[in-house]
Design a protein around this ligand. Sequence first.
Ligand SMILES: *Cc1c(COP(=O)(O)O)cnc(C)c1O
Length: 523
Amino acid sequence: MAINQSGWRPEMSAKGGETAPTFTGNKALMLEEKLIFEIGSSETTGVEVAEPVAATSRLGDLARTAPIGLPGLSEPETVRHYTRLSRQNYAIDLGLFPLGSCTMKHNPRLNEKMARLPGFADVHPLQPIDTVQGALGVIHQLAHWLVTLTGMHSVAMSPKAGAHGELCGILAIKAALEAKGEGQRRIILVPESAHGTNPATAAFAGFAVEDIPATADGRVDTDALIARLGPDVAGVMITNPNTCGLFERDLKTISDAVHAAGGYVYCDGANFNAIVGRVRPGDLGVDAMHINLHKTFSTPHGGGGPGSGPVVFSERLTAFAPLPFVEEQDGRYELVEEENAGEHHAQSFGRMVAFHGQMGMFTRALTYILSHGADGLRQVAEDAVLNANYVLRSLEDVLDAPFGKAGPCMHEALFSDANLADGFSTLDVAKGLIDEGFHPMTVYFPLVVHGAMLVEPTETESKAALDQFIGALRSVAERAKAGDASLKSAPHFAPRARLDETLAARKPKLVWKEPAPVAQAAE
Ligand SMILES: *Cc1c(COP(=O)(O)O)cnc(C)c1O
């Protein structure tokens, strides 16, 4: 039987494990695992709870009449169930995560150790201020670093993710415009290459969004943007470095023009990883920018959280920033809330969250910052950019790099599907990478490039790790260029073969239903 380049043989194809050649469906260490509803029973439990003392129910009609039907497993079965499921996942601790626009970097264990110190981990947001001086000190010190690194005037620490930070910044801009009696400014300009959260944020805050085109070299069209400014424009949202992995060199020119026209500049700072220690957004005229602690400052993320998106503000916008703030007075930390907001915060637009933000993320980010120091943070940016350019230059002979000719990239390398054989797509390359044991890169984003493949290696990968990834992507890309049909049905070695993506997205099965007695096994 012929073995092709990838080592895959046709008889090894197992759709959803159905045709796996073993009794159990397991393939050595790759273990099949059913849903907990299928293996558990309401008769089994891992804990023994004493019968409750009879009590009069006050639930009336609301009392449950049928058993709740939750599946139970013994303690070792429970541990095995979740451990087996976890092994079907890819993780930053298993290998390189090439996702562009995500900055999936190593999360140092020292950060975790600090975040788990009981004084931080067990702190309660309603504790008396006197008992949480250390925790407030962490917030205050981190805030100082963020303001210093960005060259801005103040920082709102409470937003809980990048998108939440965008909303915070845009609401401050809205409050500032209303304070000036310029509520008629209803339009926010957003470049075509923006992350989807940017237009979504502007729309959510009640603004109309207008696209600004990109130039042929992947940057915002400065002339088109400046030409659109006027008394109806509230501001712009620009990502720098942008989502094509390029530095927006004209940002200062753009900011000056936006300010002259009475608007504000929001910068999406999710890509700060590439410029930290080298560029201060405050020097570029930015009025508000969120920082994803879970990207630039190595706090763990994925699967939706937790995140943390502090927003730095220019002097123009500081008065409108949301509460609370931590302030130091005579060596003691105070929380500035609605009831004690002084004149500095009198125009605050309100608040973003009930309490003070993500304490665990603050502790991790400050640990990361202090263990690198100012010089180490600058090296983070330099190494991130070096690694991305190594990937770009190592693969541009096999994959089309649409902006490769225009010069070096920043922290991520962008490729397109232009060189693949007829009938082969970016999706096939991504699926092929799964068989090679890598999480795929970001695909089909940014939208300005056809069949985009966005690779962000981050600074935490060694040359050896990059070489292995480059070798794998090169091999898959060569197969896609040569029209290797087996790639069309990849992945072949993953627990599940290629899914019907449209069906999975449009009609996901989110609820388990007890199968009818004679029904076939649920797939
Ligand atoms: C990640 C990202 C966001 C959103 O950040 P979240 O923390 O995921 O809400 C916004 N813009 C860009 C460019 C990003 O990469």
